[in-house]
Design a protein around this ligand. Structure first.
Ligand code: ZN
Length: 408
């Protein structure tokens, strides 16, 4: 059997209900991520050939008592709502449809007073920036944006591509760390993220609580922390970065969080979350606009459109795990009954892994990286169990549209 990199399951299996495979990574705390992905877990597909994300989705439709969950939410909010309209919760986001929806329902349906907090994209698209401004101006929210030191972010982003083919790491780190940190410092202990990652394939147990495990944003032992796949010591000694430069990317001290009573929760635990509905809601209430063109690598126009580097991110997931953005989008829409599996498979075949040339040169220019270097790196990260070269071209050995996709 050809070798599997990154601790991936050697045998590639697909879910018979959606289009996901067992090569889809579960979330890991980003600051423990290294090239080898030691101990990383991947989407569970049981002997019935159904993935955990589809199983969770079935629960969402049936077992979960949404009315009761909403009562729990009201109860929680009653405890925290401020009397004078001062900020009583934090909504992180950059103005995409989901954060727009979350902040808006918290304010206008549940009568809370959210402070929105933004870790801006690495390279804003004009559409993303316009949606962000509309979220704040049209939706009516106060906002704190943390504008990162560009030199440090560039260095870390370039290193995370070189070490892990992971262009999006600095964004993921900041997006997870910033809100808890601001919550602790500003004394606003309730933080609401929108969806739980478990919706899309973490172990189902992760979704049985409204609290986000603090393993994603808290850590006190710097010797166990890796950024861009290397230790803090190496970043300081070999890349000229100081601990202060790295601070915005580092998890928060658990003691600080505990002393300030910060609770990080998912609104998606209390409210049934459907991305397409968040989209319609955001269009109506916060002036959100889809991009007028299809996102490369998929068929959709309205999700993950803020950051020029996002398209490249999904191109790299296709290289590392055989799953591009169309796979992620189609799996979700099949579960929400907006696509049949057959349609999903056809969309994956057509769009997955499409090269994102629209913003590619902008991204390379920003990174001060040559196209050639990026392509060379890409090939280094193709796991032999996923890829083979046929007539000089890289092909997936087994894809969801292969004839033997569901054969055991
Ligand atoms: Zn599935």
């Amino acid at each position: 059997m050809p070798e599997a990199y990154f601790n991936l399951p050697e045998e590639i299996r697909f879910c018979r209900l959606c289009v996901m495979s067992n090569q889809r990574p579960c979330s890991i705390p980003e600051f423990t991520h290294t090239r080898e992905r030691k101990g990383a877990r991947y989407l569970q597909i049981d002997d019935d050939n159904v993935c955990d994300a589809c199983k969770h989705n079935m629960q969402k439709g049936g077992v979960i008592d949404w009315k009761k969950r909403e009562e729990e939410l009201w109860e929680l909010l009653e405890k925290h709502r401020s009397k004078d309209g001062s900020h009583d919760c934090i909504c992180p986001g950059s103005g995409g449809k989901d954060s727009a929806y979350a902040a808006h329902v918290l304010k206008y349906k549940y009568r809370m007073n959210p402070l929105t907090v933004t870790w801006p994209p690495i390279l804003y698209t004009t559409y993303g920036h316009e949606n962000f401004m509309n979220w704040i101006k049209v939706g009516g929210f106060d906002n704190i944006s943390f504008n990162q030191n560009g030199k440090v972010q560039r260095t870390l982003t370039r290193l995370s591509i070189r070490n892990m083919l992971h262009p999006f790491q600095t964004f993921i780190l900041g997006q997870k760390n910033l809100a808890p940190q601001i919550a602790a410092r500003w004394g606003i202990p309730l933080v609401f993220f929108g969806e739980n990652e478990a919706e899309y394939g973490n172990p189902i147990a992760d979704n049985e609580s409204s609290m986000r495990s603090n393993s994603y944003y808290a850590m006190n032992d710097p010797s166990e922390i890796y950024l861009a796949g290397v230790s803090l010591k190496e970043l300081e000694e070999q890349h000229g970065l100081t601990r202060g430069d790295l601070a915005p990317y580092l998890p928060t001290d658990p003691k600080l969080l505990e002393n300030s009573g910060v609770q990080v929760r998912y609104l998606g635990y209390y409210n049934k979350w459907t991305p397409q509905e968040s989209y319609y809601y955001a269009v109506e209430h916060t002036g959100f606009k889809a991009r007028p063109f299809r996102t490369q690598g998929t068929y959709s126009k309205y999700s993950g459109i803020d950051d020029k580097i996002d398209d490249l991110h999904f191109y790299t997931t296709h290289i590392k795990y055989g799953l591009g953005r169309a796979s992620y989008d189609a799996a979700m829409e099949i579960r929400n009954n907006h696509l049949t599996r057959e349609e999903g498979v056809a969309l994956v075949k057509r769009f997955d892994g499409e090269f994102p040339d629209r913003y590619f040169d902008d991204v390379m220019q920003y990174l001060e990286m040559s196209r050639e270097e990026f392509f060379m790196l890409s090939d280094e990260f193709r796991s032999p169990h996923l890829w083979e070269k046929r007539q000089g071209e890289w092909k997936l050995r087994k894809a969801v549209y292969s004839e033997d996709a569901l054969a055991d």
